[in-house]
Design a protein around this ligand. Structure first.
Ligand SMILES: O=C(O)CCC(=O)C(=O)O
Length: 324
């Protein structure tokens, strides 16, 4: 069973590549997250010698404030992330974005980041049957009101995560602008999405600062990108599930296993003990019993999981067993 994902959300994720939960945060929660973002942006502007009108985009920014870190394992979202992507995951990165309004004369059609598919270049062309693999799953938290006229918003092209190499290379010649969706959502809304969707971001031509946070999840065997190791003190004071998401073992054991010197065995690849991956028990308790239905996003390989053993132990001799 899925924990929380509805059939409609599953269908949207697999057909369009995204779904939106509007107003997941109430007004008080939005205000608290916005205040935390203001605090972090003020610190970063001071550290970088920036003015109040300069944009802040900070990788791994969520660890700077508990209210931002709380978004990473917000139960209502983590349930959906596990339904989409499984429990054998940790945080790859987060980006805290505070973008003040641009000068009124700015060109509304210039997308500063440009249209892109995340990590198309970084993974040097690794594909699955020509499409980009789901090596990352993203949650966008929209903290300012993205329905405001002229507000910066992300634009996505539904279904584009299934495009072939040729389609990805040529879309500028044939993409119908009517197929582009602007994610204009009220404050406190969330988008769960495949970052291999074609996307871009409009400039902020509204009267208010744009505030958004992206939190990315990736399989535990993929290295993070916004940090290498998180702060040991932060990990020590975190819950077991949060420790896992921060890249540590839930019980603080060694990531190379019980004998790191004589028998080093990355626990991110093959774990000796699934209790060190506490999101597994967390998810199972919430799903209310097997059969479990994690990894419902197409392209997620189902983990063979605890107890899996290879059953083919003889050299095939080319004769099929009776009845096969
Ligand atoms: O600012 C945004 O909404 C999207 C940023 C972006 O392009 C990305 O996360 O890859």
């Amino acid at each position: 069973m899925a924990i929380a994902m509805t059939e409609q959300q599953k269908d949207d994720l697999n057909r369009k590549g995204f779904f939106i939960v509007e107003k997941l945060l109430c007004a008080d929660e939005v205000a608290a997250v916005a205040a935390a973002m203001d605090q972090v942006a003020t610190e970063v502007r001071a550290e970088r010698g920036l003015g109040p009108g300069d944009t802040v985009g900070l990788r791994n920014g969520m660890i700077r404030h508990e209210k931002l870190l709380d978004l990473m394992d917000h139960p209502a979202i983590l349930e959906l992330v596990v339904d989409a992507y499984g429990w054998n995951i940790h945080n790859r990165d987060s980006v805290t974005l505070c973008e003040p309004p641009k000068p009124a004369a700015s060109d509304p059609d210039i997308l500063s980041l440009g249209w892109h598919f995340d990590y198309e270049e970084e993974f040097c062309g690794s594909t699955v049957d020509g499409t980009l693999p789901l090596l990352d799953f993203k949650v966008g938290w929209y903290i300012s009101d993205h329905t405001e006229s002229g507000h910066s918003t992300i634009l996505v092209v539904p279904g584009s995560y299934t495009w072939s190499r040729e389609q990805r290379a040529t879309f500028e010649e044939w993409l119908d602008p009517a197929d582009i969706v602007a994610v204009k959502v009220p404050a406190g809304s969330v988008m769960l999405w495949r970052p291999t969707l074609l996307h871009g971001v409009t400039p902020n031509l509204s009267a208010t600062e744009r505030k958004a946070i992206y939190v990315s999840y990736t399989p535990r065997w993929v290295r993070p990108s916004g940090h290498l190791d998180q702060d040991a003190e932060l990990i020590a004071r975190s819950s077991p599930v949060r420790r896992q998401l921060l890249g540590a073992m839930g019980d603080l054991s060694h990531p190379l296993g019980s004998d790191p010197v004589n028998n080093p065995n990355s626990q991110y690849w093959f774990t000796d003990d699934w209790d060190t991956v506490p999101l597994k028990a967390w998810a199972e308790a919430r799903a209310g019993g097997p059969p479990y239905d994690w990894g419902t996003g197409l392209g997620v390989s189902h983990t063979k999981g605890p107890g899996y053993a290879f059953t083919q132990v003889t050299v095939p001799d080319g004769t099929a067993p009776e009845g096969s």
